[in-house]
Design a protein around this ligand. Structure first.
Ligand code: ZN
Length: 160
C-alpha cells in the first residue's frame, strides 16, 4: 500500500473524515474568523423587512433586517446571540445574500440543506461551504439554519 506524501498513511484508523482533516481545519478557521469578527452586524435604519427567530434547543436568537431594492437584497444586517455556528452562518449569509432575489435565496437554502444532509461542501454557497462539517452534528443543524429562517422571514415581511 503506497504511503501519502507526508508519510502518514497507515498511522491513522481508516476513517473517511481523516481524508479531509486539512480541509476541515481550514473550514474551522473560517467559522471562527466570522464568529470573532462578524461582518454585517447591526440594524438597518431603512429596512424593508425585519424578522426574529429563535432556536430554544441551543439558546440562539437572531433578528435580521433587510433592504430589498428592485427585488434583490441591497443590504442585510443581523443582531443576535448564540453559538459560534449560528453567528458564523449569519455573518457569511449576510454576505451571500447581497444582490440576490428571494427565488435565488430559496434555491441556495435548498443547496445549504442538502449540504447539511450530505456533508459535501458546495462552492455555490460561497463561504457558507465551510459549514459542511456541521453535517455530522445533527443537533447543530438548526443553529446553521436559523439565520436563513430570519433572513427569508424578513424578506417575506417586506413593507412597501
Ligand atoms: Zn446554536
Amino acid at each position: 500500500m503506497p504511503t501519502s506524501a507526508d508519510g502518514s498513511a497507515g498511522q491513522r484508523a481508516p476513517v473517511a473524515v481523516n481524508d479531509n482533516a486539512g480541509l476541515a481545519a481550514l473550514y474551522q478557521e473560517r467559522i471562527l474568523d466570522h464568529y470573532r469578527r462578524p461582518r454585517h452586524k447591526g440594524v438597518l435604519e431603512r429596512a424593508t423587512g425585519v424578522h426574529g427567530a429563535k432556536n430554544p434547543l441551543c439558546g440562539d436568537e437572531i433578528t435580521v433586517s433587510v433592504l430589498v431594492t428592485d427585488g434583490v437584497v441591497s443590504a442585510a444586517r443581523y443582531t443576535g446571540t448564540g453559538c459560534s455556528i449560528m453567528q458564523a452562518t449569519a455573518s457569511m449569509l449576510m454576505e451571500l445574500a447581497h444582490g440576490r432575489s428571494r427565488a435565488e435565496l430559496d434555491a441556495l437554502l435548498a443547496r445549504f440543506d442538502a449540504m447539511l444532509a450530505s456533508g459535501t461542501a458546495d462552492d455555490s454557497l460561497g463561504e457558507l461551504a465551510a459549514l459542511a462539517g456541521v453535517a455530522g452534528f445533527k443537533a447543530r443543524h438548526k443553529c446553521a439554519q436559523l439565520p436563513w429562517k430570519a433572513l427569508l422571514g424578513a424578506m417575506a415581511n417586506e413593507r412597501r
